[in-house]
Write a protein that binds this ligand. Structure first.
Ligand code: TYM
Length: 482
């Protein structure tokens, strides 16, 4: 197919350039656009549709969506559906890498494409993309041009999101509300990378067998929460050696004083007989995780803010020393729900490692047990349902949980429970939590059966393709020979 396009373009004296692609990126337009330093508005996916009048090819800009009603009207057809893999095979095409010309079909181009003087498209060959001016295609394909896309909830984005969770202990609703849920909300936009940070997990003692189980469990939790491996990269940190390698380089630029200021280290090491150097150093590894991918946003709970700021500081330091190398990331912390508190002591954060099981609602808790935990949650003096962290931390925490899981605003909740007592309010919170857990666990039980290993392997390969050029750039800048 690539040869056929080349011939057509040469015959028509059209300028173009073939762009070699690493094989692993082949059918993932989003990832290979990023790999070449471009955003989706420079991509031109070619979509083959089967209609009642035969095959058509719709060419759109990568940051837009096809409005099938408008396309039907423009094409003058009554029936339209995306061609199946079998049908594509009959046309000698493979999904995801359909070329921009040379197909026996009628062509339709969306006007928004022409706002760009060049775009990238597939070629039919897994190992090459093509770069050309879309206006030239209009002529050779005798395309009909029109407006058949929308950009409603799909803006051009240079956003790169990276975040991670440790596969240690049991995940709780704080992890879900503070981080996972934000990831899901944002994944239609930009490049989204979600890591299972097993190397962070071993900074405290882990049973190897349980760590392995928890790694798969966390992958299933990501999927159950709504992370879609078609949209986002999911992978395990230890599968991409670049993390540890960049971490080491950054270690040599972080000062002891800087690290001693990390409050989470102080909390986690307090009163322990054994504290590993890894635990002390872990924020540097985390900085490596983030900086490797030109991350612009790091959605996390409030307790990770200081670590993301350290990543910024280290990035800035190396940029100052070696010239522009790293993008400086910003933490994205939800306005409410960024710090869900313990049910037993609402002045302490809800935590995976709390010795008291009643302090925490785990995502895989039996719903009935979760209900009991809510009913026995510590409340405050008085009897009023009021959002007031200073005087009513217990009730404020339950209000946040209710608000985040049910979607009501804090004001709406205060009004709804104006004349109700603590017991009635807790019953309602318990009901919301139980419904959430039942729904979440039904999804979890489904996805735990899927081929998680394959999703993680694919994710790791793609992650490595993205991170490795950055690591090599850093190696070169610090003076390592090639
Ligand atoms: P971890 O595994 O402790 O927690 C995962 C995420 O959950 C958030 N979180 C909470 N949010 C609200 N309320 C709570 N009570 C609560 N407890 C935890 C955390 O803020 C976090 O977002 N170092 C990180 C993992 C990590 C990472 C990274 C994150 C490693 N590399 C790079 C972002 C980017 C950690 O230990 O999270």
């Amino acid at each position: 197919m690539k040869d056929k396009i080349e011939k057509i373009l040469l015959e028509n004296k059209i300028q173009f350039e073939f762009i070699p692609l690493p094989e692993e990126l082949a059918s993932d337009v989003k990832v290979h656009m990023k790999f070449h330093g471009n955003s989706m508005d420079r991509a031109m996916p070619n979509i083959v549709f089967k209609t009642n009048k035969g095959f058509i090819v719709a060419q759109r800009r990568g940051d837009t969506k096809i409005d099938s009603k408008k396309l039907k009207k423009l094409a003058g057809v009554s029936d339209l559906r995306v061609a199946t893999e079998e049908e594509l095979k009959d046309l000698n095409l493979a999904p995801g890498i359909v070329p921009p010309t040379g197909i026996d079909a009628t062509y339709f181009m969306d006007n928004k494409i022409f706002e760009k003087d060049f775009v990238y498209s597939g070629t039919g060959d897994k190992l090459f993309a093509i770069k050309l001016n879309p206006i030239d295609l209009k002529e050779i394909n005798k395309s009909t041009v029109g407006d058949f896309t929308t950009q409603e909830d799909f803006q051009v984005s240079n956003k790169i999101v990276f975040s991670g969770i440790q596969p240690s202990g049991n995940l709780h609703i704080g992890n879900y509300i503070g981080s996972l849920r934000q990831w899901v909300k944002g994944q239609d936009n930009g490049l989204n990378i979600f890591c299972i940070v097993d190397m962070h997990a071993i900074t405290v003692a882990q049973d190897p067998k349980i760590l392995r189980e928890k790694t798969f469990e966390l992958a299933a939790i990501y999927l159950a929460a709504g992370i879609d491996p078609e949209k986002s990269l999911i992978f395990v940190q230890s599968h991409n050696p670049d993390h540890a390698n960049l971490g080491w380089v950054l270690n040599c630029f972080a000062s002891m004083g800087q690290m001693q200021r990390m409050t989470q280290y102080k909390d986690k090491s307090e009163g322990k007989d054994f504290v590993s150097v890894g635990l002390f150093d872990y924020p540097v590894l985390m900085a490596g995780d983030i900086l490797l991918y030109d991350t612009t946003e790091v959605p996390v709970g409030d307790d990770q803010k200081q670590h993301v700021e350290l990543a910024r500081d280290l990035g800035e330091k190396l940029n100052g020393k070696f010239g522009e190398t790293f993008v400086l990331p910003k933490p994205v912390i939800p306005a409410t729900g960024g710090r869900i508190m313990s049910l037993i002591d609402p002045t302490k954060k809800m935590s995976k490692s709390d010795a008291n099981q009643n302090a925490t609602i785990y995502l895989l808790d039996e719903p009935e047990i979760a209900k009991k935990k809510i009913m026995s949650a510590t409340t405050d003096s008085g009897n009023e349902i009021k959002y007031d962290w200073e005087n009513k931390p217990g009730i404020s925490n339950l209000i946040e949980i209710y608000s985040e899981l049910e979607g009501n605003s804090i004001k709406e909740i205060e009004q709804k429970f104006e004349n109700k007592n603590y017991k009635e309010f807790k019953e309602s919170v318990a009901e919301v939590v139980v419904n959430f857990l039942k729904d979440f666990q039904a999804k979890y039980n489904k996805v735990i059966e899927s081929d998680l290993k394959k999703i993680l392997d694919d994710g790791a390969q793609k992650a490595y393709k993205l991170s490795h050029p950055k690591l090599l750039e850093v190696y070169r800048k610090v003076g390592f020979i090639n």
